[in-house]
Design a binder for this molecule. Structure first.
Ligand code: B12
Length: 213
């Protein structure tokens, strides 16, 4: 990664500078930078992780966190369609959403960008997704996998409910389930019968590639 340009994007997000972040991402898209689209996503991911830590350490407050999320979303909205256009092979469809009661979407969106870049077609159900919406999408789109994001321990039960509903609908045998987010662990995935837990977007995308092969 040409570190200066990547650092520029990460710094712009860390400085909560919407214009600078968006302009630098546009420059990457239009070939005015030495770094790739994927490097830009990596830079945004690194900055978001730092921002998460600052919040947990009490250095940053909720207003800053929300605005950082808006900036990251604006940048990802520019990058994701380009990443899709650059993917050469179509690897399958993935239905993705953040479970009911949970509004966190930064990690889900990062995962979507990585999976899109790899060649997956994403059906993004958004945040606060009710169980039935996952089931309806799985029935209609017949995806390779359903991906759930969950960051709150109080909403973790939703993951098991979606898996149970997939079984009840007769869909579980034809669809893989992958989960991620701060409230998820490998042990939890095993407990609720998910096929995989992804600690990060890169690992999640690699797991999907394995299923697609
Ligand atoms: C940013 C943030 C927010 C933002 C969310 C902005 C947004 N648009 O998403 C705001 C300020 C809105 C927010 C609100 C709240 N938050 Co909050 N938030 C965070 C924080 C600091 C960072 C999360 C984040 O975006 N990280 C950066 C991304 C890139 O990383 P990530 O989410 O881990 O995603 C990566 C992987 O996990 C994985 N991944 C994630 N999802 C998926 C899905 C799939 C399918 C795959 C394959 C991979 C994958 O790939 C991603 C990229 O590598 C976390 C702390 C933490 N440790 O997670 C708390 C945290 C999750 N929040 C917490 C809480 C309590 C709340 C609130 C209840 C606060 C409140 N009192 O109002 C509300 C909840 C509102 C709701 N109903 O959802 C707690 C949860 C505690 C718990 N155990 O339940 C945490 C852990 C903070 C803490 N330690 O207290 N939050």
């Amino acid at each position: 990664m040409a570190s200066q340009d990547a650092k520029g994007i990460a710094d712009a997000l860390l400085n909560l500078d919407m214009d600078a972040t968006v302009n630098q991402v546009k420059s990457v898209i239009h070939g005015g930078s030495d770094i790739s689209l994927e490097d830009a996503v990596r830079a945004l991911t690194t900055a978001l992780e730092t921002i998460g830590k600052r919040f947990q350490d009490g250095e940053w407050f909720i207003g800053e966190l929300v605005y950082a999320g808006e900036i990251a979303k604006a940048a990802m909205d520019l990058l994701t369609p380009r990443l899709a256009a650059g993917a050469t092979r179509r690897l399958g469809t993935i239905v993705v959403g953040t479970v009911a009661g949970d509004l966190h979407d930064l990690g889900k969106n990062i995962f979507i960008s990585y999976a899109t870049a790899a060649g997956f077609d994403i059906v993004d159900l958004g945040v606060d997704v009710p169980v039935q919406k996952f089931i309806d999408a799985a029935r209609k789109r017949q995806p390779l996998a359903v991906g759930m994001s969950c960051l709150l321990t109080v909403t973790a039960g939703q993951v098991g409910e979606v898996i149970a509903a997939l079984k009840h609908a007769g869909l579980r045998d034809s669809v893989k389930v992958i989960i991620g987010g701060a409230a998820m662990t490998q042990g939890f995935a095993e407990e609720v019968g998910a096929d995989a837990f992804a600690p990060d977007a890169v690992t999640g995308t690699e797991t999907l590639k394995g299923w697609s092969a």
